[in-house]
Design a binder for this molecule. Structure first.
Ligand code: ZN
Length: 765
């Protein structure tokens, strides 16, 4: 998957200086004592990390990509397995102890696909991407997975067509104002704005019986830049494949919560809640144009217009469409490659790094631009090991299979190894597609300072300033208000975003409570061939990170993060920034309530004043919006108190950690440190609730979760927030104490470690 371009721009990182003001015992940044290290251990770590970064080679990233993207390699294909075996051999060659772990997952592949216009004229959609002359892999037709949306239910429907813009819930409110219903209709939505799986979900909720999703050239085609092969943007017949699995839980639809091993107990397909309710297919704008051109009805609102040379109408009809989807509903194997470099001192503490290796087709960008980097990191870490470096903790490199259909490989692995992860996992560092531009990171905020520290060490390959500095200045340039700019300049750490469910970190953070971060570079890609046959080596090497220098930068970033975590004396989590961020999430809930109250009051007033009927053009249909209940006040006090507890315990811990690392501090015994670190790595788990989110029990983390209606996008404090979005105020209010309780549990866990550290520091007599 990856976070798509539309989303990723808003995530452009947020990162900050190395040493926070209150830790006076630490040295200034240029002779930096690393967080979690003593002066002596910092020096040695600096040397090894520098050696690592100098040893990473762009050309290797490029050659890894050439090999991995040479043929189509989706789940169940011959080259998917071939790649897994090649990756396995490489890990072994570099000195890792490696194996392939296999799961059996439900993975539908297309059997029959039809989209045709049957009224007022006839047109049959091609549903086929043509090869491009000069692009050597675009013609590997026999191995290419046809254009489709995985986990669409089978169906055969014929109905009038309605254009629904991006197909979000807000778009349907707009349709109501236009007096247009989609009940019994087939909707056509454009890609973008929300995750694709939301489009058929919301369409079905509004009574539609089929869903077509197309790529409008305004969003990723000729409106943005020259299209392929002249430029890198999606051409006329280019189609975005992708999963439309619902967001109840990721992973194999038949084995929620448990590993999909060969003998696992499986749900019947009928009971799998994550398969869509209506059939859905993706198409190119070449195929969409005749359909959209045949629509009448109201002209769409200005914000709904795309880049096609037509007047966009909503419908319904006179266009009538026949949509048919049938899949082979087979179990397929996924091959996760797991490679271990055993730690010398604390082998039971695991630092985990991963990227997926499966693609929709050749997948040079998604995922191979990230996977090639992860391999180059592993090669160079193996090289350091030969030169005498052994990590203090165990390092595990993972190449996941089955990410594209629904985070299958990583989710099943996390579910299968949940107990081990709870005992041993320090953090999970993920990457996916990588490109040119700005460093970005999102993740759990206990890793925010670590990612700031690492980003300051990495040189931007095209600007000769640190990637941290570049990201910070970009944040200032893009800030919308003076207040935002002031905050960026004043705060020592650049903020990192929260994670939704766009890639393989999801099961780690949201289900198992493992601290996680997702990293990459982007924002300057003048190209987009996402999930099409054109996302291949030829395209990537011509239009993306053409000299692979940002691939090298990502390898330096990922490898440095892994080493920093693996070698630290005291695990470098930071909780003051995390408490600050959670405090902001609580303030956002308060703001949201106030805003909803004001909106409802204003709407009520305007309805009474007759505003809507007065401004409506009597020659057009315009329906006033429904009267809304003004939301009642909610009691956020338990959350506010819990945030105060978090802040206090975080400050206490930080003071103790800073003291422990100051020069002349009494040495803490290795046994005590081991125990402190083990307690530290479990803190993220205290934010889990066994019951999970009220409507989505698989999602255990009460701070971080994707939205049920945003998918890739995050909805922090989802148990409360999602009910607020649904306007279910009593339910939202009733969730406050539960969420506050997990925050209090987190504060107590931090306090306990602070106490342990203080006791260890007490001078021995
Ligand atoms: Zn991906």
């Amino acid at each position: 998957m990856r976070i798509h371009r539309f989303v990723s721009r808003s995530f452009v990182l947020l990162i900050a200086p190395l040493i926070s003001a209150q830790t006076t015992s630490l040295k200034p940044a240029d002779t930096a004592q690393l967080a979690g290290y003593t002066v002596a251990s910092s020096n040695s770590e600096h040397e090894w990390e520098k050696k690592f970064r100098d040893g990473v080679v762009s050309e290797n990233v490029k050659e890894n990509m050439r090999r991995l993207s040479a043929r189509p390699h989706h789940v169940g294909s011959p080259y998917d397995k071939d790649n897994a075996e090649w990756i396995l051999a490489k890990f072994k060659e570099w000195g890792f102890d490696a194996h392939i772990e296999t799961f059996q997952v439900l993975f539908p592949t297309p059997k029959e696909r039809v989209i045709e216009l049957v009224e007022p004229t006839r047109f049959k959609a091609k549903l086929q991407e043509p090869a491009v002359p000069g692009d050597p892999t675009s013609g590997q037709t026999s191995e290419q997975l046809p254009t489709y949306n995985a986990y669409s239910i089978d169906g055969d429907v014929t109905a009038p067509l309605v254009y629904v813009n991006y197909g979000t819930r807000e778009d349907y409110e707009q349709l109501d104002r236009l007096g247009v219903s989609v009940r019994g209709a087939i909707v056509i939505a454009r890609y973008g704005a929300a995750w694709r799986g939301i489009k058929p979900k919301v369409a079905a909720e509004h009574g539609a019986i089929g869903c077509i999703i197309y790529s409008d050239p305004r969003d990723d085609g000729y409106f943005e830049g020259d299209d392929y092969p002249k430029g890198g943007w999606r051409p006329r017949e280019g189609v975005q494949r992708g999963s439309v699995m619902d967001t109840d839980y990721p992973g194999d639809p038949l084995t929620p919560g448990i590993g999909a091993t060969a003998d696992a107990k499986r749900l019947p397909i009928k009971e799998a809640r994550t398969i869509t309710k209506i059939p859905v297919l993706p198409i190119s704008y070449g195929d969409a144009l005749p359909l959209l051109s045949a629509l009448a009805g109201p002209v769409v609102p200005e914000a709904w217009r795309g880049g096609l040379p037509i007047t966009y109408h909503v419908g319904p009809g006179p266009a009538k469409v026949h949509l048919k989807v049938a899949s082979n509903w087979d179990l397929k194997p996924v091959y996760d490659v797991i490679a271990t470099l055993r730690g010398a001192e604390s082998p039971d503490q695991w630092v985990i790094r991963g990227n997926h290796h499966d693609a929709w087709v050749n997948g040079a960008d998604d995922p191979v631009s990230g996977m090639s980097v992860v391999l180059e990191e592993a090669r160079e870490l193996g090289e350091l090991h030969k030169q005498g470096w052994t990590p203090k903790r165990t390092i595990i490199y993972c190449a996941w299979d089955g990410e594209e259909p629904g985070l299958l490989g990583s989710t099943e692995w996390v579910e299968e190894h949940g107990n081990d992860l709870a005992q041993h996992a320090v953090a999970y560092i993920n990457s996916d597609s990588n490109g040119r531009g700005f460093f970005h990171a999102s993740g759990s905020h206990d890793l925010e300072k670590l990612m700031n520290d690492v980003a300051r060490e990495i040189n931007d390959p095209e600007k000769n300033i640190s990637v941290w500095q570049r990201a910070r200045l970009a944040r200032i340039a893009n800030a919308k208000t003076q207040e935002e700019r002031d905050e960026i300049r004043k705060r020592s750490e650049l903020r990192i975003g929260a994670l939704g469910d766009g890639s393989d970190y999801t099961a780690f953070l949201d289900h198992a409570g493992v601290s996680a971060v997702n990293i990459g570079y982007g924002g300057e890609n003048d190209a987009d061939a996402y999930h099409s046959i054109y996302d291949d080596f030829y395209w990537y090497a011509h239009f993306m990170d053409t000299d692979f220098v940002y691939g090298r930068a990502l390898a330096q970033t990922g490898g440095t993060t892994v080493m920093r975590l693996a070698d630290a004396d005291l695990l470098p989590y930071q909780y003051t920034g995390m408490a600050d961020t959670i405090g902001r999430y609580v303030s956002e809930l308060e703001k949201l309530l106030k805003q909803k109250q004001e909106e409802a009051k204003e709407r009520d007033l305007e309805l009474k004043e007759g505003v809507f009927s007065a401004v409506a053009d009597p020659r057009k249909i315009s329906v006033p919006p429904p009267k809304e209940v003004v939301p009642p006040y909610m009691n956020f006090a338990p959350l506010q108190n819990a945030v105060e507890s978090l802040k206090k315990s975080a400050e206490r811990y930080e003071a103790a950690a800073s003291k422990a690392q100051s020069e002349g501090a009494p040495a803490i015994s290795p046994q005590t440190l081991e125990s402190i670190n083990t307690n530290l790595l479990r803190i993220q788990q205290s934010f889990l609730s066994e019951k999970g989110l009220p409507e989505r029990p698989w999602f255990k983390n009460q701070v971080y979760a994707p939205g049920a209606y945003t998918g890739y996008g995050a909805k922090p404090l989802a148990a409360v927030r999602e009910y607020m979005d649904e306007k279910q105020w009593t339910r939202a209010d009733s969730q406050v104490p539960n969420v506050a309780k997990t925050l209090e549990d987190g504060a107590a866990a931090i306090n306990k470690v602070a106490e342990q550290l203080e006791a260890a520091e007490a001078p021995a007599h």
